[in-house]
Design a protein around this ligand. Structure first.
Ligand code: GRF
Length: 316
């Protein structure tokens, strides 16, 4: 299994970074840490990461414009080959350019049950409000501070006599477990059959008069009362493969595709020479390409009247 490459950004202690890093030592962990970077060269977390053999980068942001500093960090992340970014106590507001560049690829951990208590001083605010539980959240980073879809949360009971410090210490234990688990789920979600099927479904059902049915246990997409243009196969006859089958649009296209990329394309059993299987479980699916293939497949089977409508629509 290809492990997802994660860059972690910290500002200080880096205990969440350490938790992510130690979890990644398990062979079954679907991510690896490729870089730990900090906006303070003396951040204690950097020394810890370096001692574990992880590449580190530390530079103060002082004297640099926000976007300028973010460009430096971005370049470091890319040079390290990071696919994802995990913010772990990174005490910097991010420029919109940086957030945009890592859209849906950057997570953060926050010590509250979001949407409650965004920003700082979260533990005291939870105690002062008389809440029964505080906790922590992992969310996708968007332009707004501590906003963005929440991926996972752990509630932590507030004890009588808790101070901000005692509560923070207990929440930190929950943070260390939640972050690694959530990050692991996040980097593998694009390989999960349900996620892949939904993605195919979204594209396929956007075609004129497309409908989904189930045939031979496989979800498939066709023109209503007409022929099918896409099949979603998931471990069919125990082959362990998740793939999309589409109709090809030229006589030798199946062979050409298989020859060009034999790891991705294959000849689907029982479908003949004018269909091709495209693996969706390799972790690097180009969804624009899948959309093009599905459209071309739809064109192969769509009745003339619909094709005319599609031509008109595509002109706009
Ligand atoms: C954690 O409480 C985290 O939730 C918050 O900042 C703190 C960082 O601690 N965003 P550490 O550097 O991971 O130990």
């Amino acid at each position: 299994m290809q492990r997802a490459k994660v860059g972690v950004l910290i500002s200080g202690r880096g205990s969440n970074m350490a938790a992510l890093l130690y979890a990644a030592k398990a062979e079954s962990c679907p991510y690896e840490i490729v870089l730990v970077a900090a906006n303070d060269p003396d951040a204690p977390g950097l020394a810890l990461a370096a001692a574990e053999g992880i590449a580190t980068f530390g530079q103060s942001h002082k004297g640099l414009k926000r976007a300028e500093f973010d460009r430096i960090i971005d370049a470091q992340l890319r040079a390290a080959g990071a696919d994802y970014v995990a913010l772990a106590g990174y005490m910097r507001l991010l420029s919109p350019e940086f957030v945009g560049a890592w859209e849906n690829r950057m997570l953060n951990i926050h010590p509250s049950l979001l949407p409650k208590y965004k920003g700082l001083d979260t533990h005291q605010r939870a105690i002062d409000a008389g809440d029964s539980h505080a906790g922590c959240s992992v969310h996708i980073v968007t332009a707004e501070l501590d906003d963005g879809p929440v991926l996972g949360q752990t509630p932590v009971a507030i004890l009588p006599g808790d101070t901000a410090d005692t509560l923070a210490a207990r929440i930190l234990i929950a943070e260390h477990q939640l972050y690694s688990r959530t990050l692991a789920d996040f980097v593998t979600r694009e390989r999960q059959p349900d996620w892949l099927l939904n993605k195919v479904r979204e594209i396929a059902l956007a075609m004129p008069q497309a409908e989904e049915t189930l045939s031979h246990g496989m979800p498939c997409f066709g023109v209503a009362k007409g022929k099918k243009f896409g099949w979603f196969t998931r471990d069919h006859h125990g082959d362990g493969i998740i793939a999309l089958l589409v109709k090809t649009s030229a006589p030798d296209e199946q062979a050409t595709l298989i020859e060009a990329d034999p790891a991705r394309y294959y000849r689907p059993a029982y479908f003949g020479n004018d269909w091709v299987g495209i693996r969706l479980d390799l972790g690097d699916t180009d969804w624009d390409h899948i959309a093009i293939r599905l459209r071309a497949s739809w064109r192969q089977i769509a009745p003339k009247k619909l094709l005319g409508l599609m031509d008109i629509a595509e002109e706009f």
